[in-house]
Design a protein around this ligand. Sequence first.
Ligand SMILES: CSC[C@H]1O[C@H](OP(=O)(O)O)[C@H](O)[C@@H]1O
Ligand SMILES: Nc1ncnc2[nH]cnc12
Length: 290
Amino acid sequence: MSRLTPHRTGIIGGSGLYHIDGIEVLDTLTIDTPYGAPSDELVLARIGNQEIVFLPRHGRNHSIPPHKINYRANIYAMKLAGVNRLISISAVGSLRKHIHPGEFVLVDQFVDRTHGRESTFFDGPIVAHVSMADPVCNELREELATACRKADITTHQGGRYLVMQGPQFSSRAESELYRSWGMDVIGMTNLPEAKLAREAEICYATVAMCTDYDCWHGQEEDVSVQSIVEVMQQNVTRAKAMLHAFFAGYQQSTCHCGCREALEQGIFADLSSLDDDAIRPVHALVARLL
Ligand SMILES: CSC[C@H]1O[C@H](OP(=O)(O)O)[C@H](O)[C@@H]1O
Ligand SMILES: Nc1ncnc2[nH]cnc12
């Protein structure tokens, strides 16, 4: 594998998406990172004429809960595998009547209600403060919107994703509170993932697949794993069709979004004054700035 050839699209599969059918597997990559091991082997594969890197975020047997995922290792491994765009596929609950189970939301904002998760690569002595004003890459999101249209999936453009800690679902009071905050969907995984992708200068966009109405609705069943699984199977079939549509006729991305230069305005250190020990844990992220 040619590592650090930054042109690949990464796909992080969420609940229900542990492999993608109809792809040509080229290699499986066991990657170690300064942050430990990612959730599973990375699968290097070809879809159409594009190389992709796939990783199931909870592991292929769904054995890692959201609060135990090593998000830093996952994103760093993607960086080492030459990924410069990352598609996150995620199951979410709907906090809005008009977002029905079975529909997709191309979210554009997140609110973080997680705690105790390692959420930065820059733990010192290299300090960085990257912008998260627009956490999702708009260009990637628009391309995903086109793919959803081609795959004939009912999709909402834009939406606010509340990232809760889990693994328990919300109380009714929390669910109502998040609705009063203007949030549209709820899940447990996309932060710190999106923050780390930004620090790694990887374009990031989420395809949120709605499975349930959480517990605020009144007329609809409260969320449970059983109710999620029923809808999730169909959502995953749609997601696979969307991914194939995305890569059919894919042009190499020349994103002008700014995601890939995020550190230029974010690093609060003179890299030339730092020694190898300081650089080592973030070497793959800052190499282009040295
Ligand atoms: C198994 S349902 C709850 C679980 O599903 C979502 O995960 P992902 O974003 O990886 O699809 C949600 O965030 C919870 O982790
Ligand atoms: N209601 C919900 N809350 C949190 N994560 C979810 N994933 C799918 N549905 C969810």
